[in-house]
Design a protein around this ligand. Sequence first.
Ligand SMILES: [Zn+2]
Ligand SMILES: [Zn+2]
Length: 353
Amino acid sequence: MSSIICPKCGKDTKKLYGNVCKECYLKKLTLLQLPLVLHLKICATCGAHFDRGKWKDTTDLDDIIIEKVNNELMVHEDAEDIDLYIEPIKKSPYIYNIRVKVDATVYGDPIHEEVNTEIRLDREACDICSRIAGGYFEAIVQIRGTGRTPDANEKKKCMQITNDVLIQMENKGDRLAFVSHTIDSKDGIDLYIGSANTGRHLCKTIKTEIGGSFSESPTLFGQKEGKEIYRVTFAMRLPQYTSGEIIYTGGRTVEVKTCGKNVKGIDLVTGSRFLAKLEDVEDAERLGMVHDASMAVLVTVEDDTIMVLHPSTYQTVTIQRPLFLESKAGEEIPVLANEHGLVVIPKKDYDKY
Ligand SMILES: [Zn+2]
Ligand SMILES: [Zn+2]
């Protein structure tokens, strides 16, 4: 095999690499190409970053920076067995120095190279944060009672469920899972929600956890990029009776546990379980809530009856001994005095509310 002379250094060589010998070739080779400054758009409010035309959630900024550098750098096409090391060094809240080291082999020879670049974080408002700021919503969830107004406890519970659902939907990737506006009135709560899907999921979750029912009605409110945009109103009806409510129906005083198509609870006179179809107890009289009970002294406990000191008249009242009663004479127990008599409230329920 005849040798060739390198036109650059004049040495004999067996093969030319891009018109020069291997040594000359490797000397002038640029293994890494990277812009001196890179820009990364970051949302000033939520920290989301802009990547390939889209805003995305940021979990770890260092990872995003490394990915950005990785996407922007060019390694020479002749390099093999590439081993990259990218180290971001925070210089200020918005400027990172990046050190990039690469080890590779080119035509069998190991090469090491280092380059530096800088990433500048440009603070902007992401699509979602600008929508929240603009009061954007796709759904209104109207939480109301059935034949009554929701009480403070129920409203609190609904808001807790809302927070949980928002986190859950956000984790599932719904970036519109936000509430842009809340109206708390005596009729209930109105929630203006970024995505209809999250609104629907919220109603389903309230239905599972508290009970009740909901309906949805979409209204066309405009067009965007040729697509029709709907806003959906969800009418969420909380159950007629809430958990812990005391009702009087068919001669029985009942503490409601759950209310769906059926009403389940405890008969407070006997202590036995109560179960009825909602339609059969729809007209029940509302006596109050478990937390409306007052404490009364339990005077005596017999097999079937007990004597209680009435909390307002201080007269002793003899009533049936409910099955759930575990207290002993001399102790205080929660009772609810009402026009149908005096009933004992299970202590564990009273303590719960
Ligand atoms: Zn040469
Ligand atoms: Zn944002």
